[in-house]
Design a binder for this molecule. Structure first.
Ligand SMILES: [Zn+2]
Length: 75
């Protein structure tokens, strides 16, 4: 019984190593996820910094959420 458990654990280990290895070599030279390399902008309302692609832009101003854009206009 102990032997079977060890065998299963060994197979799982091999499977896990192969999986992580394949994921690593899948896209050689591919740029890492865009975090850090992207332009950061500042929400005009609360001042939080966020990637430009996640921000809302209105007349050259950036906002983190629709709510903040709306609230800032009302002020
Ligand atoms: Zn905000």
């Amino acid at each position: 019984m102990k032997y079977i458990l060890l065998l299963v654990l060994g197979l799982l280990l091999v499977y896990w190593i192969l999986k992580s290895y394949r994921r690593r070599v899948q896209r050689p030279g591919a740029p890492p996820p865009a975090t850090g390399s992207e332009d950061m902008v500042r929400c005009e309302h609360c001042g939080v910094h966020l990637p430009r692609s996640e921000s809302l832009t209105t007349q050259g101003r950036f906002y983190c959420t629709l709510e903040h854009r709306r609230e800032h206009k009302n002020v």
